[in-house]
Design a protein around this ligand. Structure first.
Ligand SMILES: [Zn+2]
Length: 81
């Protein structure tokens, strides 16, 4: 059975291997490369459109059940590579 997750940017359900898992740590959105970190995770396509859309809509705090803003610089830096 393939584990399927929804991208929080576009809502499409795909195999989790196609998505990036992120978690919240001390007010930052942290990329969980190996999908091993504890706590609530959110899944997003590793591309600019989905990540920017999620940031614009406040999707990370909502998906991670955090109130207020989260620092997404780690994700944004990744997009620049
Ligand atoms: Zn997406």
């Amino acid at each position: 059975m393939v584990a399927v997750r929804s991208c929080i940017g576009c809502g499409v359900r795909v195999s989790r291997s196609e998505l990036l898992r992120v978690v919240e740590r001390d007010g930052h959105v942290v990329i969980d490369e190996k999908a091993v970190l504890s706590g609530r995770g959110a899944w997003v396509h590793p591309d600019r459109a989905c990540i920017e859309r999620t940031i614009a809509r406040g999707g990370f705090p909502r998906a991670l059940r955090v109130s207020g803003r989260l620092d997404t610089s780690e994700l944004e830096n990744r997009l620049e590579k």
